[in-house]
Design a binder for this molecule. Structure first.
Ligand code: ADP
Ligand code: 5GP
Length: 213
């Protein structure tokens, strides 16, 4: 399926990436609260649910066998191994979400490998990367979140720097030092991208066609 031709020109696909613990989930929950036109793309993963996570809302939690069967069936727009687990964005999830009433944008919370794959298939995607203020602060936040085992923490820290080194794959870099400021920056990017010429061209054409302008 050619996704670029299936997605309306007004639609805003947004990738959000960062090393684990930099603040993607926190910023995304805030953005979804304030922007009713945006929806969240629920990924599939083989990792175990955290205590506060709900199957079908935060992730579709599946076994490695089930995930691999979906890979073989070509069910994913993108997928990757991250921190020893498999994660992927299913084609069904995207078609389901973009046809929801009032949906004008979709957020993909994915890693840089997935970002690279989506960009190749949906060139109009807007890709944001969140930078932590420092690796020390990243570690502090991840430990405070108390969601990971010591082994999982070590895996996540070990790849954090490599993940940050891929910043050039992204269109925007947001420093998440102060949460309110980072949120304002992210919200401003969404507002500006909704108004960019390519997304507003059909509106201008319609207004001209109907003699309003
Ligand atoms: P990610 O989804 O990128 O792994 P989270 O959104 O879960 O990261 O954030 C990791 C932890 O850091 C959470 O406990 C969150 O409350 C905290 N956090 C996020 N942003 C900030 C910030 N700007 N200042 C302090 N703590 C933050
Ligand atoms: P976590 O286990 O902390 O929820 O996520 C770990 C990492 O996997 C994060 O960098 C997150 O963005 C990434 N991730 C989550 N879902 C997907 C996905 O569908 N595809 C890819 N490529 N990465 C994902």
């Amino acid at each position: 399926m050619n996704f670029s031709s299936a997605i309306p020109s007004t639609f805003l696909p947004i990738i959000l990436s960062s090393p684990s613990g930099a603040g993607k989930t926190t910023l995304t929950h805030r953005l979804l609260d304030r922007c009713p036109e945006l929806r969240f793309s629920v990924s599939h993963t083989t990792r175990s649910p955290r205590t506060n996570e709900v199957d079908g809302r935060d992730y579709h939690f599946v076994t490695r066998e089930a995930f691999e069967a979906k890979v073989s069936a070509g069910a994913f727009l993108e997928w990757a191994e991250v921190h020893g687990n498999l994660y992927g964005t299913s084609l069904t999830e995207i078609t389901r979400t973009i046809t929801l009433p009032g949906c004008a944008g979709l957020i993909f919370d994915i890693d840089y490998q997935g970002a690279r794959q989506i960009r190749a298939k949906i060139p109009e995607v807007v890709a944001l990367f969140i930078l932590p203020p420092s690796l020390t602060e990243l570690e502090r936040r991840l430990r405070n979140r108390a969601s990971e085992t010591e082994e999982s923490l070590r895996t996540r820290f070990a790849v954090a720097k490599r993940e940050i080194e891929h910043y050039a794959l992204f269109d925007y870099l947001i420093l998440n030092d102060d949460l309110d400021r980072a949120f304002d920056e992210r919200r401003s990017i969404v507002i500006a991208e909704h108004a960019c010429r390519t997304r507003r061209a059909s509106l201008a054409e319609a207004l001209l066609r109907h003699g309003v302008l």
